[in-house]
Design a protein around this ligand. Structure first.
Ligand code: ZN
Length: 212
């Protein structure tokens, strides 16, 4: 075996997800129930069932993405008049009134980024399942970006709601979140979970089995 491609998993080394201690698997305990010798957290060579779990969460997020865009995301009441907006109708409103930068921010944050994250995770999973050796460094980097973007996604919906209300109808309007807000939040949270259960080390494992 080529030592350069030897992974920690092959050397029976497990990284603790809680305290980051690298420990060697002790054969006295079943590998499924291995625990960190320092903090007692469950440790695994790879995140368990990572590919299936990530797929399940991607599919769930993709399903919620549909009502998130079809239903109204805001109900704005001003002077007794109620107006509902979907994400798209909000974007169109800002384009029509010449507020391009705001339209662009909402379009990017609420439509493009959530979709892009799901597509990137799907692409990474497919490439692992096909045991691809195509630019593993770049694919890992792509995952890190996806993971980092997730942390900011929750800001979108609040920013959107507040901006729409303030710019459209002034400070005296009351704003209520529409049903799409719940679905949109679900998309964001489920996508974050998908990134969490995804194990980027699988990218390199697939290559290693090819080298043998
Ligand atoms: Zn630990």
């Amino acid at each position: 075996m080529n030592n350069l491609s030897l992974t920690a998993a092959k050397a029976a080394l497990m990284n603790c997800p809680r305290c980051d201690l690298l420990s060697k698997y002790k054969h006295s305990q079943p590998i499924k129930h291995a625990v960190c010798p320092r903090c007692g957290a469950a440790v695994h060579l790879r995140k368990p069932n990572s590919i299936n779990r990530t797929w399940a969460l991607i599919i769930a997020a993709a399903i919620f993405y549909i009502p998130a865009n079809i239903f109204p995301i805001t109900f704005v009441t001003s002077l007794g008049k109620v107006q509902s907006d979907t994400i798209i109708s909000g974007v169109i409103y800002f384009i029509n009134t010449g507020m391009w930068p705001i339209a662009l921010v909402i379009f990017t944050a609420s439509i493009v980024v959530p979709l892009l994250k799901l597509l990137v995770l799907s692409f990474l999973l497919v490439s692992i399942q096909r045991k691809s050796s195509w630019r593993p460094g770049d694919r890992t980097h792509l995952f890190r970006i996806t993971e980092a973007v997730g942390r900011w996604s929750m800001v979108d919906i609040y920013a959107l709601t507040i901006v729409v209300a303030l710019l459209k109808l002034g400070f005296f309007a009351t704003v209520e979140a529409g049903p799409a807000a719940v679905y949109f939040a679900a998309v964001v949270v489920i996508t974050m979970l998908a990134a969490k259960v995804f194990d980027p080390r699988l990218t390199w494992d697939a290559m290693e089995s090819e080298n043998e």
